[in-house]
Design a binder for this molecule. Structure first.
Ligand SMILES: C[S@@+](CC[C@H](N)C(=O)[O-])C[C@H]1O[C@@H](n2cnc3c(N)ncnc32)[C@H](O)[C@@H]1O
Length: 221
């Protein structure tokens, strides 16, 4: 048995992924008439006012897929993670998946990041309901500032899921602390070509592969 597959986490995740689906309809409304290519182009645009977009989307979960959530739990277990960093927490769905791995690894610390106050409140409430709040610190504010310091000396697992053009900057913060075998998961990876170029570079210190729907999985050599 595992924390991930049993109550309260399994029931809560089922409900939250259903909420995610429902709120995705609002996102489709926001992007009505915009092609998938144009959406990716906008997500990748470093000059866009990203804060304004995320404020408009504050009631939308924007969560990873259930499959990616399951993968995050599995990677947390496989790496025997004790220290996890998350860029972009939202309602805490991915956070719950990774914190469940910490619980089953015997404990640890997850540092999340979120700048929308209402999402932060939802995430904290969801982590309480999951019984995982003691393992998670969510840093409020722009991750460019909140993740720039006070990171653990050694990091086992990273999820990149905030503003896409910032993935490479966040990689700068975590890279010196990634232990060999540490995993990085980047969601919506098509929108961050500079990050992809770094993790796929033959001499970049990673082995990396795209898979599923727009996810990049990388391992630190
Ligand atoms: C795609 S959602 C994250 C979904 C979450 N990982 C999950 O699977 O449940 C991205 C979130 O990151 C937040 N965000 C984006 N850029 C950020 C930044 N620079 N600093 C802090 N939060 C950011 C947004 O407000 C949004 O809630």
């Amino acid at each position: 048995m595992s924390t991930f597959t049993t109550s309260p986490v399994s029931d809560l995740l089922q409900r939250l992924f259903a909420d995610n689906e429902a709120s995705a309809a609002k996102l489709r409304e926001m992007f009505a008439g915009v092609s998938a290519e144009e959406r990716t182009r906008r997500m990748a645009d470093a000059n866009r006012n990203y804060r304004a977009f995320y404020t408009k989307a504050k009631d939308i979960h924007l969560a990873v897929s259930p499959e990616t959530g399951r993968l995050l739990y599995m990677l947390g277990r496989a790496t025997r993670a004790k220290a996890i960093v998350e860029f972009g927490t939202s309602f805490g769905i991915s956070t719950i998946c990774m914190a469940a791995a910490l619980r089953d690894n015997g404990g640890g610390h997850l540092i999340g990041s979120e700048f929308e106050p209402s999402k932060l409140a939802h995430a904290r409430a969801n982590l309480e309901a999951a019984g995982l709040a003691d393992l998670v610190e969510i840093r409020e504010g722009d991750a460019i500032e909140t993740l720039a310091s006070d990171l653990p000396d050694t990091i086992d697992l990273v999820l990149l899921d905030g503003h896409k053009p910032l993935y490479s900057r966040i990689l700068d913060y975590v890279a010196p602390r990634l232990r060999p075998g540490a995993c990085l998961v980047a969601d919506n990876a098509d929108a961050c070509p500079d990050y992809i170029a770094r993790v796929r570079a033959p001499d970049g210190g990673f082995v990396s592969t795209p898979f599923a729907d727009d996810v990049e999985l990388s391992i630190k050599l």
